[in-house]
Design a protein around this ligand. Structure first.
Ligand code: SF4
Length: 309
């Protein structure tokens, strides 16, 4: 299925340390512009539409936006959110009634102090937990079509706790987890204490996969090239399963509308490969490595890690 994500601007109620937004313009995109792109996407045959930011739940016209997607009969209407505003059950009910049928929440720990430190919002953890409970409530009632999923940024502060984190949310009935290896870009560049080396994280991958299989939840990794995974773990690479996604956004200093294919942008511009990659069996299916990672740790370190396998 073809998916389109609309970025509604940089306005956010969190200050996540690993946020990769480069130009924090604090602008929200007008409803009329978003409406134009929703209608265009429908005409172009997209059946799945997602909203991200910034924080989409802060958009003043959120109900109108979702309602338009419902009217146009998109099969998937996806909200990608930090989840704090889902704490308000009435607000969430109205989002669902307006047309949202898939939800992904960003949360990065099962410990309130860690979560609040990473997102720089005191009390944010409690709001998110209540938000996830509310989402599960509506999902169990059959009012949300797709299982609730959690997006988590893997970093130096949380990586050793991930097994416990995933079990914690699985016990709350979350079954889908997307684990994104931290991308050193935008605000994230400032927080060196969060930088994590592949060689430190790689031993965790098989443990996490084993736990997912024994406990019965789904896990996918993002930002980890295939040469750093065991052969039988390659199916857990998130990028291999994603919908082909176009993104529309205005988050540049001039506020100019930009449209790009997310997979192509990652492969051709945001990630990089080494000359040695030409001889790699995965070269065709691999997007490469985040440029920010190579800039900080270098290729020598990277290839040292791939030899550990
Ligand atoms: S192409 Fe390069 S980065 Fe990708 S899997 Fe092969 S060696 Fe690793």
């Amino acid at each position: 299925m073809k998916n389109i994500d609309i970025n509604i601007g940089d306005v956010c109620n969190n200050r996540c340390k690993f946020c990769m937004v480069e130009h924090d313009t604090r602008r929200m995109v007008d409803f009329e512009k978003i409406k134009f792109d929703i209608i265009l996407a429908k005409k172009q045959g997209f059946e799945s539409i997602g909203f991200l930011g910034g924080e989409f739940t802060l958009h003043p016209e959120i109900y109108k936006i979702l309602h338009l997607c419902k009217l146009l009969k998109f099969k998937i209407v996806h909200i990608i959110s930090n989840g704090r505003k889902f704490e308000d059950k009435k607000f969430l009910a109205k989002l669902i009634e307006s047309g949202a049928n898939r939800f992904s929440v960003s949360i990065h720990s099962h410990k309130s102090n860690i979560e609040d430190e990473l997102t720089q919002v005191k009390g944010g953890f409690g709001e998110k937990i209540q938000g996830i409970k509310n989402l599960i409530f509506f999902y169990n009632k059959g009012l949300i079509r797709h299982p609730v999923s959690i997006n988590l940024v893997i970093n130096k502060i949380n990586y050793l706790d991930l097994l416990k984190t995933l079990s914690y949310y699985h016990e709350m009935s979350v079954r889908d987890f997307r684990l994104n290896f931290m991308w050193i870009r935008g605000r994230a560049k400032k927080y060196k204490d969060l930088y994590l080396k592949y060689q430190d994280f790689i031993p965790q991958i098989d443990k996490i996969i084993a736990s997912a299989n024994s406990q019965g939840y789904n896990v996918a990794f993002d930002g980890i090239p295939p040469c750093l995974m065991h052969k039988n773990s390659l199916k857990y690479i998130g990028e291999y399963h994603d919908f082909n996604t176009d993104v529309i956004g205005y988050n540049n200093p001039q506020g100019i509308r930009q449209r790009f294919n997310w997979q192509k942008l990652r492969k051709n511009s945001l990630k990089t490969k080494h000359l040695k990659c030409k001889a790699c069996n995965y070269n065709n299916s691999c997007e490469g490595v985040w440029k920010g990672y190579i800039k900080v740790f270098g290729w020598a370190d990277f290839f040292k890690t791939s030899k550990l396998l």
